[in-house]
Design a protein around this ligand. Structure first.
Ligand SMILES: Cc1cc2nc3c(=O)[nH]c(=O)nc-3n(C[C@H](O)[C@H](O)[C@H](O)COP(=O)(O)OP(=O)(O)OC[C@H]3O[C@@H](n4cnc5c(N)ncnc54)[C@H](O)[C@@H]3O)c2cc1C
Length: 352
């Protein structure tokens, strides 16, 4: 089958769907292509409570234009409360390379202690040997914005506001097909079922996919972090919308969320991935001062979900500029390989 559209968005995660909404609101012809509607963090069915929930809040760290434009009715969302707990167990006698992320934290930032502990727990040993410039830029943005303690978001019925909003905007024009090839010169995408011609292409899949789908050579390496989560059922109801950061460098939990009153989601510290769910469950119950135990129900691992750096940023910028000349726009955290959050995505990349 052969199709032709004005705007083709590759990817069906939140970034791709928000491009779709933005374009259709401007009266443009738009089609998304991809499998996995709602992306890698789409709501997950938890049998124990017989409903689907988002495991992660996807919260904005700075006041966001996107948030305001969503018009959700602020009263419908509770405040997500952030707690930084366990402030001890700090080791500063670590070996780190010159220009590494750790050097930046120790020498450039005065209040480095908590960011150091949390970065180590989130990314592990990568922070000692790599510059992680994307992470530095994100940290600088957060510091500039003063890191709000209470954030105007949370979960409603287990769903993050972004997903509630996206679901309220259905139906989307989506070809549920897997992309196989992109011919940039001919302006055509080939999938497992069809060929789709476009005038402008917005690409939100992970950057490495552009090398897989086109004949462009990859001239730089990408540096990324992974994440692992254990989900638990609590037979007693908890206060939802809490988010705890465990600031003890020696413990196995990086952070935990309560997206729904019977569910606790734990993100493991990077060097604790081999610890069994039962041990982590006890640690989580302890952290929240619970007297009852938690029952492990799911394990999720996300590979390459934190874009941290590239080995040659000039090459990456040249690639982006070269593609834009051909009406191909890399967008989002993964497409642009930039450690940005959802509300920081530039939805006007395709203005011209
Ligand atoms: C652990 C974790 C924590 C996060 N925390 C936050 C946060 O607090 N705030 C925030 O704003 N964002 C956070 N994010 C990022 C969040 O994923 C993005 O904000 C949002 O999902 C981006 O949407 P997207 O459409 O760009 O990406 P996605 O929906 O993840 O992906 C885009 C598209 O690429 C496809 N895709 C993804 N990976 C692959 C792959 N390996 N191979 C093939 N196709 C693939 C998806 O199916 C989708 O169609 C977090 C992500 C993770 C994994």
């Amino acid at each position: 089958m052969k199709l032709r559209v004005d705007y083709l968005v590759v990817g069906t995660g939140p970034a791709g769907l928000l491009h779709n909404i933005n374009l259709r609101n401007r009266g443009k012809e738009v089609l998304n292509v991809g499998t996995n509607l709602y992306g890698q963090l789409r709501p997950q069915k938890i049998d124990r409570i017989n409903r689907s929930i988002n495991l992660l809040p996807i919260f904005p760290v700075v006041d966001s234009g996107l948030w305001h434009s969503m018009n959700l009715g602020s009263a419908s969302y509770k405040t997500l409360s952030l707690k930084k707990v366990n402030h001890n167990g700090f080791h500063s006698n670590v070996n780190y390379s010159k220009n590494s992320y750790t050097e930046y934290l120790f020498e450039k930032k005065k209040k480095y202690k908590i960011p150091y502990i949390l970065s180590y727990k989130q990314f592990g040993n990568l922070i000692f040997d790599h510059s992680l410039s994307e992470l530095k830029q994100k940290l600088n943005r957060n510091y500039r914005s003063g890191q709000p303690k209470h954030i105007k978001t949370g979960f409603k019925n287990g769903l993050s506001p972004y997903y509630n909003f996206l679901m309220s905007q259905e139906p989307y024009s989506v070809a549920r097909e897997a992309v196989r090839n992109i011919d940039i010169e001919k302006k055509a995408v080939t999938t497992d079922k069809s060929t789709i011609e476009f005038n402008k292409l917005i690409f939100t899949l992970p950057l490495t996919k552009i090398f897989e789908f086109t004949n462009i050579q990859q001239n730089f390496d990408i540096i990324c972090g992974d994440a692992k989560f254990y989900t638990y059922y609590s037979r007693k109801k908890l206060y939802s919308n809490h988010l705890y950061y465990d600031c003890n460098i020696d413990t196995n939990i990086y952070r935990l969320f309560i997206p729904q009153e019977n569910i606790v989601v734990v993100q493991l510290a990077r060097n604790s991935w081999n610890i069994e769910p039962n041990g982590i469950g006890k640690e989580a119950a302890n952290l929240m001062n619970l007297e009852h135990s938690l029952q492990h129900v799911h394990t999720n691992s996300y590979r390459k979900c934190y874009p941290l750096d590239v080995t040659d940023s000039n090459e990456k910028e040249r690639l982006i500029a070269g593609l834009e000349k051909k009406d191909v726009y890399l967008s989002g955290r993964f497409g642009r390989w930039k450690y940005i959050d959802l509300h920081e995505v530039d939805y006007e990349v395709h203005k011209n």
